[in-house]
Design a protein. Sequence first.
Length: 272
Amino acid sequence: MVNTEMIGLLCIDIDGTLLDSRKELPRENVEAVHYALEKGVIVAIASGRSVAGIEPLFSQLGIERNGVCLNGGLILSERIIQKTIMEEELVMKIISQAERYNSQIFVSTAELNLTNREMSGEVKELVEKGSLRSDYLYCQDFNELRTQAHLYRDEIIKVAIKEIDEDNYGLLKQSLIEMNLFHVAKSDTFFVDINPKGENKGNGVAALARHLSIPMENVMGIGDNENDLEMIELVGVGVAMGNAVEPVKNAAVYVTGDHDHAGVAEAIYRFI
């Protein structure tokens, strides 16, 4: 039996969870977050996005700057309290895999994305919507990307690869998993997120909870995709969106409505 009276920290994923399918923030979710704040709950963002990608939501939701960014690679509580740098050798291995399939790759520092080509279409729209918002350094090819990655070797936290070919996506993801060097997870349509092994949202949420002196059994998390799985498994109240992938639904104590029907709001009112 979940003791919902003890929830002190609520961690919410963004894409596919807090935002609807148009990447817009439903009014119902904002009102529910305000309700949670009035109940004394600390509300945080837990996302694969960078600090720049989540920053607008702090003001839109009216919450403090608490965030698990880049899938746990960077923890924010007003200031950066924890940051995990990916070893250069690992970054270069990922770049080689992206080159094998000629995929678009995003090598992320706290504030900057290195990428191997200019953006257009859906990717450009994602940047404008915020999910890839950052400063960008565009490289002409993979060799230039390697050069820039070397220059930023002490700052790289996470890598994401976009591959629209379904077969290549599966092969690329599986090859990264088989290396047994990374935490590999789907984060959005066509995207695979790569962090160092052992780095994930669950561990990031645990680090934020420790910083805030809140036991994990008093933490609630809401998410939808593979990169949310460890968070849903570790928190006291793990909630899956109606549009979540099956492993996340299976790990959750409750499956709420989907992101186009304010599932976040439904979950908040049910458990807080």
